[in-house]
Design a protein around this ligand. Structure first.
Ligand SMILES: Cc1cc2nc3c(=O)[nH]c(=O)nc-3n(C[C@H](O)[C@H](O)[C@H](O)COP(=O)(O)OP(=O)(O)OC[C@H]3O[C@@H](n4cnc5c(N)ncnc54)[C@H](O)[C@@H]3O)c2cc1C
Length: 423
């Protein structure tokens, strides 16, 4: 039951950036790793993000302030977070837990659990970049938020206190400093918030592709198939794929927003939702040097290799509803005011599924029902950021080593009803 180099045969289900980083680390640890995905690697959610490796992102999505935003979410046609009403019954259990996880006490716990992941995120990518030769795609340019109003900036006081409490470095910028940093922006921003330790991936797809190319060059296998079932056997795990059965020693489920159904087969009930997000690719070259978050409107402009990518906020509508590009399209004229000279020629419109738990923490670790199946999903707005460190942790856990980070907060069992009631 061993792989060619004496390690185990490990199947990684899902070839998004998270699965790919897991496969690379498992291969590096001497296992015979196989990536299984019906889609080409890196072409689902990992294709279309804003490219941020955001090393200071310790603020979860649910905070005490979110409650004030609920009326806007429910009524404002241009709110950065919106819900399709028809989806409300399905998402209610997730939403209730999400709101509960937004208490001040919980937020502090969650931030402390995110900190060891995000603070290692860029270093972990640099390790893989050195291993794979994926140079020139990632730049250390920081992560910039800009504010049109003092009130908008003041509303981030809670977030800033949380960042400071978790040793996140950030600079508060005035209008002139923003202009020096990003001369392509219109001069209408009164405040900026720069996390200087963050980095930018100018083509998330090319980064995944470079990682996969290295993986294959070193003997890794990519199987274009969909996994329908995961069954532990006496000695290993059997995967029921559309094209047949695959016996392996260990399995890593890294299927992004689609992981819930596979985990359920093993008896693990996860509160996993999709925070859908959109992008428009704008055929233009600008002098933007880094991704810029326009805080009040909740979108990002990122200078990608193939144009400026405008990414949206969050739509709560599940995996099956058709995309609705009307909101992000409505933001384009506003974006043109923010960056004079930005064209309105859209060459691609895209939608992806952020795999999100109510507590904004990923699921990393073994299934309590079988120590042969490991989970690596639920990375919400931070899947690109956290992919490399997740791969490192999964490889250590699979080999029975003590991981560099205490993974207790990411255990799958935290969604159990019993646990919920005990807290
Ligand atoms: C608009 C937007 C902006 C974002 N910006 C950022 C950012 O700046 N920084 C950041 O860190 N993150 C960002 N994110 C989040 C990030 O993109 C995601 O967290 C990340 O891509 C998730 O990666 P993944 O590998 O888990 O999932 P995916 O990339 O979705 O990959 C999952 C894969 O699993 C496969 N799969 C599903 N079911 C099966 C099955 N049964 N069998 C086999 N394969 C299966 C799918 O085909 C897919 O290829 C953003 C997301 C969006 C939508």
């Amino acid at each position: 039951m061993t792989g060619e180099r004496g390690g185990m045969r490990v199947a990684v289900v899902g070839a998004g950036i998270v699965g790919v980083c897991c496969a690379l680390h498992l291969q590096h640890a001497g296992h015979a790793a196989t990536l299984i995905d019906p889609r080409a690697p890196g072409t689902a959610t990992s294709f279309g993000n804003a490219g941020g490796i955001v090393t200071g992102s310790v603020v979860p999505n649910s905070t005490p302030h979110l409650r004030h935003a609920i009326p806007r979410i429910l009524t404002d046609a241009d709110s950065p977070v919106w819900l399709r009403w028809s989806y409300l019954p399905k998402i209610t259990p997730w939403l209730l837990r999400f709101l509960r996880d937004g208490s001040d006490a919980r937020v502090r716990q969650i931030a402390a659990a995110l900190q060891p992941l995000v603070s290692r995120a860029y270093e972990a990518h640099r390790e893989l970049i050195a291993l794979t030769g994926a140079d020139g795609i990632v730049r250390p340019v920081g992560w910039l938020k800009v504010f049109e109003t003092e009130a908008g900036f003041a509303a981030t006081a809670y977030d800033r206190a949380l960042m400071a409490a978790n040793d996140v470095r950030f600079d508060v910028l005035n209008a002139d400093e923003i202009h020096q940093l990003e001369p392509a922006l219109a001069r209408r921003f009164v405040k900026g918030l720069l996390q200087p330790d963050s980095a930018f991936v100018s083509s998330p797809y090319r980064l995944t592709e470079a990682y996969v190319t290295h993986f294959v060059r070193l003997g890794g296998t990519v199987v274009p198939d969909r996994v329908r079932g995961v069954r532990p056997t006496d000695h290993g795990v059997e995967l029921d794929c559309e094209r047949g059965f695959l016996p392996v020693d260990r399995v890593v489920i890294a299927a992004g927003a689609w992981s819930k159904q596979l985990a359920r087969q093993l008896g693990d009930h996860v509160l996993l939702e999709t925070e859908r997000g959109y992008h428009l690719n704008i055929d233009t070259s600008t002098e933007l040097r880094r991704p810029v978050v326009f805080h009040e409107k909740g979108f990002v402009l990122a200078p990608m290799e193939d144009g400026v990518r405008m990414t949206s906020g969050v739509e709560l509508a599940g995996l099956d509803a058709p995309p609705d590009f009307s909101r992000i399209r409505r933001l384009l004229p506003y974006a043109q005011q923010m960056v004079p000279g930005l064209s309105n020629k859209v060459t691609r419109q895209w939608m992806g599924y952020r795999p999100s738990t109510p507590d904004s923490l990923p699921v990393i670790g073994a299934s309590p029902h079988t120590s042969r199946v490991f989970y690596a999903f639920g990375h919400q707005h931070l899947g690109l950021t956290l992919s490399a460190i997740t791969g490192r942790l999964v490889a250590a856990l699979l080999d029975g080593l003590v991981p560099e980070v205490d993974v207790t907060p990411y255990r799958v069992g935290r969604f159990d009803q019993q646990h919920t009631e005990r807290r």
